[in-house]
Design a protein around this ligand. Structure first.
Ligand code: GDP
Length: 447
């Protein structure tokens, strides 16, 4: 699938020689193919539409990098946007389970993998977080489900137990009994496995909502089967309307599906996807990995390594351009903004600056100026509030221009001045390096 996507994109961009900017026409042609790929991956149509619009805004006007094919560049932009939309590179698997007994409620349709996921989560919490976990099944209509949970608890370890089954008790009463038992026996976490049905019905929703009222869980996770595609999205929005959900778990991500449901569910509910089920066994639960899923949504082929290669080439070319500018003794505010972006991408102070011999002093100066990510973003915002002419020629920045920029970026004039001062220091440092002949060395490192 991916081969055809990249081939199709390649065909569209053959006419583009790798100079200038991506035009709206080229981008639209590419996005038509991306749209088909997303629909084939089972992403819901309205989500596809919004997504494509967002990507178009990002891509049009983007400068074409010489060393990668424009088709690859668009795939990279699409891939980055997918990762963003799926929740970013860092998986948010944090659960609010601080005050014992913390209550986690599991909701979802029958067959979604809810009970299995309850067992997997118990194993994870007991092993990774060293928590003592109590499990309680509220599925009074299916005695087999209650027994299944008890068996899963046995398979975990001595820190996981299941609440003893008392026949004939109502779900609400079991929930109360579980709460008491968790408190009295000093469990850290109580996981309530609520009843599911094969389809959503009012009675089930009322029952689950009642349990939520009684238990006031700190986490309410919806378990959904990734292979059910559009149905999973419908399920998620219906549950979301009735329950204070805090996150999603997508099961059967080890199956053949392309994982488009992940994107749709995330877009429709706005909830983080915390985990994904990747097998029937108890250790088949992974932190949700946006990069892995984004690669899969785009196609089965080796898209991730292709994207990484494209990204490396893009960075290398940017570094080369930067070095070229430095060679000419130019280092303007646009370059500085690019530095800030690189630093953010590399998770802190690094990027080209970190690789340059002799640049350590400037790096130390920036470190002492406490340039964390938020500061970097604010500084970048200040530079983005300038006109292109101002960025290229900071000397023209008089008092009234500085005032306008401060207002545009929502900061004080002092902060604008600080950025300008830092730029002067960096440019001065670059100049010194050039005259000292450190340039050749630096060029080698930058490539
Ligand atoms: P429940 O009715 O929602 O509680 O569903 P179960 O937990 O009983 O799971 C239904 C079936 O799906 C079982 O056979 C599980 O082994 C299987 N299952 C659950 N999660 C996964 C998963 O992530 N991958 C695979 N391959 N199978 C799963």
């Amino acid at each position: 699938m991916f081969d055809t996507l990249s081939e199709r994109l390649g065909g569209i961009f053959d006419g583009l020689t790798g100079r200038g900017a991506l035009s709206e026409k080229d981008v639209n042609a590419a996005l038509r193919e991306i749209r088909v790929a997303l629909l084939e991956a089972d992403v819901a149509l309205p989500v596809v539409k919004d997504f494509i619009d967002g990507v178009r805004n990002r891509a049009v006007g983007e400068e074409v990098i010489r060393s990668v094919k424009p088709g690859q560049q668009v795939i990279k932009i699409v891939y980055d946007a997918l990762v963003d939309m799926l929740g970013g590179e860092e998986a948010d698997t944090s659960l609010r389970i601080d005050s014992p007994p913390a209550i986690i409620m599991m909701a979802g349709l029958q067959g979604s993998g809810k009970t299995t996921t309850t067992g997997k989560l118990a194993k994870r919490l007991s092993e990774k977080d060293r928590k003592r976990v109590l499990l309680a099944s509220l599925d009074t209509r299916r005695p087999a489900a209650m027994e299944q949970l008890a068996i899963l608890a046995d398979q975990c370890n001595e820190n996981v137990s299941a609440l003893p089954i008392i026949e004939g008790q109502l779900p609400a009463d079991i929930a109360r009994r579980a709460l008491n038992a968790a408190k009295i026996s000093g469990y850290d976490v109580l996981i309530l496995d609520t009843a599911g049905r094969t389809t959503i019905d009012e009675q089930m929703m009322n029952e689950v909502a009642e349990i939520a009222d009684i238990a006031t869980p700190s986490e309410t996770l919806l378990v959904a089967d990734a292979l059910t595609g559009q149905d999973a999205v419908e399920t998620a929005s219906r549950f979301h309307a009735r329950l204070p959900l805090t996150g999603l778990v997508l099961t059967r991500m080890d199956g053949d599906g392309r994982g488009g449901a992940a994107l749709s569910m995330r877009a429709v509910t706005g909830l983080p996807i915390k985990f994904m089920g990747v097998g029937e066994k108890l250790d088949g639960l992974d932190a949700f990995d946006a990069k892995r899923v984004a690669g899969r949504i785009l196609g089965q082929g080796d898209i991730v390594s292709l994207v990484e290669k494209a990204a490396e080439q893009m960075d290398a070319e940017k570094a080369e351009r930067m070095a070229e500018k430095l060679r000419k003794g130019e280092f303007d505010l646009e370059d500085m903004a690019e530095q800030f972006r690189q630093m953010q991408r590399m998770g802190g102070l690094g990027g080209l600056m970190g690789m340059l011999p002799g640049a350590r002093k400037a790096k130390a100066a920036m470190e002492s100026a406490n340039l964390d990510d938020n500061v970097l973003k604010r500084q970048e915002a200040i530079i983005l509030s300038m006109t292109r002419a101002e960025r290229r020629k900071p000397a023209i920045l008089n008092a009234s221009r500085r005032k306008r920029i401060a207002a545009g970026a929502g900061v004080t004039v002092q902060e604008v001045n600080k950025v300008l001062k830092m730029h002067q220091q960096m440019a001065g440092m670059m100049k010194k390096m050039r005259t000292k002949g450190g340039m050749k060395n630096m060029m080698n490192m930058a490539q």
